[in-house]
Design a protein around this ligand. Structure first.
Ligand code: AMP
Ligand code: MG
Length: 334
C-alpha cells in the first residue's frame, strides 16, 4: 500500500531524501499524476520502467523547476526563450538534443531528451526541495488510463510505489503537448495537449507541423518517434468504441446489452426523467476544459463497473476538442 502524503514541509523533506536515495514518488502535476525518480540516477529510472511495466523504448520526460536549468541537460535553440516566457511553467514539453549527463535509459537511447517545466505548486516545491531533475511518466501501468488523483495512483500502482504526494485533482487532466525541437527549423507537435498548435505558432512566430496521422490509422501504429503516440494507450479494460458527435437517441437505443454510453455533456432528459443509469458524461456544462479534466476519472469510474463495452461520443469541435478526440481514439484502438 502506498502512503498518500499531504504537502507539508516535513513530507517535502522526507520525499526529497527518498528521491535522492533512488526512490520513486507519485507526484501531482497540472496535467496528470506522475511517477517521479531522479533523472540522473539510472537505477531510479530503471525502477520507473519496471513499476509501470513500460517498454524500454518509451522515453521519459524530465521535469525541471527553472528553464534556466535546461542548458545543463540539453541544447535548446535561442528562441525557446519566447516559448518559455509564454507557456512555462505549464503543460508544454519540448524535445531537444541532449547532453551526455542524461542517461540513455531516460531517452530510450535517443540522442534527444524531452523536458518540461511543470506549474503545479506542490510538484514545484518538491523539485525545489530535492534540487534534482525528475524523470516522470504518468503514474499508471503502461497502456492503462492515466491517473488524475492521488487515489488513482494508489489504486493502480499502490503495490510498487511507497509514497504518493497529494496535490488534489489535476487541473487539466490530459497529458502535456509535446513539441519536437530537435530541428529548430522544423518544429513539430508530437502529441496534442492543452496548449494548441495555433497558440505555439503565434508565440513562436513560425509554422508548427501538426501530427501527421490521426490515432488508429496504420501510420500511428508504427513504433513512433514519440512512443506516447502509439495507437493504443489510455485504455480501459472494457472495450471502448467511439461515436462521432452527436450521439443520438437512436444509437443509444441500439446499444448492445451491458454497454454504457459516455457523452460529452449531460444528455437531454427523456419525458421528464433524468438520463438512464447507463449514461455518463464528461462535462455538466458542456465545457471542453471541464471535459478534459474529468476524462480519465470518468473512464476509471466506468471501468471499475466492468461494463460489456463503452460507447464514447467524440467532443464537438472546440479548443481542446482534438486533444480529447486523440485520447479517446487511442483508448479505442486495439
Ligand atoms: P508520458 O508517457 O506522458 O510521460 O510521455 C512521455 C512521452 O514523451 C513519450 O512517450 C514520448 O512520446 C515523448 N518523449 C519523451 N522523450 C522523448 C524523446 N527523447 N524524443 C521523442 N519523444 C520523447
Ligand atoms: Mg503515459
Amino acid at each position: 500500500m502506498a502512503e498518500i502524503l499531504a504537502p507539508t514541509e516535513a513530507n517535502y523533506t522526507l520525499l526529497a531524501r527518498h528521491l535522492a536515495g533512488g526512490g520513486l514518488v507519485g507526484v501531482p502535476t497540472e496535467t496528470v499524476y506522475g511517477l517521479a525518480g531522479n533523472a540522473l540516477d539510472p537505477a531510479a529510472c530503471k525502477a520507473i520502467f519496471q513499476a509501470k511495466q513500460r517498454p524500454w523504448q518509451d522515453p521519459l520526460i524530465v521535469h525541471l523547476r527553472d528553464p534556466a536549468d535546461i542548458a545543463a541537460y540539453a541544447r535548446p535553440p535561442p528562441w525557446l526563450d519566447v516559448l518559455a516566457g509564454r507557456f512555462w511553467p505549464g503543460p508544454l514539453t519540448v524535445v531537444l538534443p541532449k547532453r551526455e549527463v542524461i542517461s540513455d535509459l531516460v531517452t530510450a537511447g535517443l540522442p534527444s531528451v524531452a523536458i518540461r517545466i511543470p506549474a503545479h505548486p506542490v510538484f514545484r516545491k518538491l523539485l525545489a526541495a530535492c534540487d534534482l531533475p525528475l524523470a516522470a511518466p504518468s503514474a499508471n501501468p503502461f497502456g492503462y488510463i492515466s491517473p488524475t488523483t492521488a487515489g488513482h495512483v494508489e489504486e493502480s500502482l499502490g503495490e510498487v510505489v511507497p509514497y504518493v504526494l497529494d496535490g488534489g485533482p489535476c487541473r487539466h487532466g490530459i497529458e502535456s503537448t509535446i513539441l519536437d525541437l530537435r530541428d529548430p527549423e522544423k518544429p513539430a507537435i508530437l502529441r496534442l495537449g492543452v496548449i494548441g498548435a495555433e497558440a505555439i505558432e503565434a508565440a513562436a512566430g513560425r509554422p508548427i507541423l501538426r501530427p501527421k496521422s490521426a490515432a488508429g490509422t496504420a501510420a500511428a501504429r508504427e513504433p513512433a518517434v514519440a512512443p506516447g503516440t502509439l495507437a493504443r494507450h489510455y485504455s480501459p479494460r472494457s472495450p471502448l468504441r467511439i461515436h462521432p458527435y452527436p450521439l443520438t437517441g437512436a444509437a443509444l437505443d441500439a446499444l448492445p446489452p451491458g454497454w454504457v454510453a459516455l457523452f460529452f455533456t449531460r444528455p437531454q432528459p427523456t419525458a421528464g426523467s433524468g438520463p438512464p443509469a447507463h449514461c455518463h458524461w464528461l462535462s455538466e456544462a458542456g465545457d471542453h476544459s471541464e471535459a478534459a479534466a474529468n476524462l480519465y476519472a470518468v473512464l476509471r469510474k466506468i471501468d471499475a463497473t466492468a461494463p460489456a463495452g463503452i460507447l464514447a461520443e467524440l467532443p464537438p469541435p472546440g479548443s481542446l476538442g482534438s486533444a480529447i478526440t486523440d485520447r479517446l481514439l487511442r483508448a479505442a484502438a486495439k
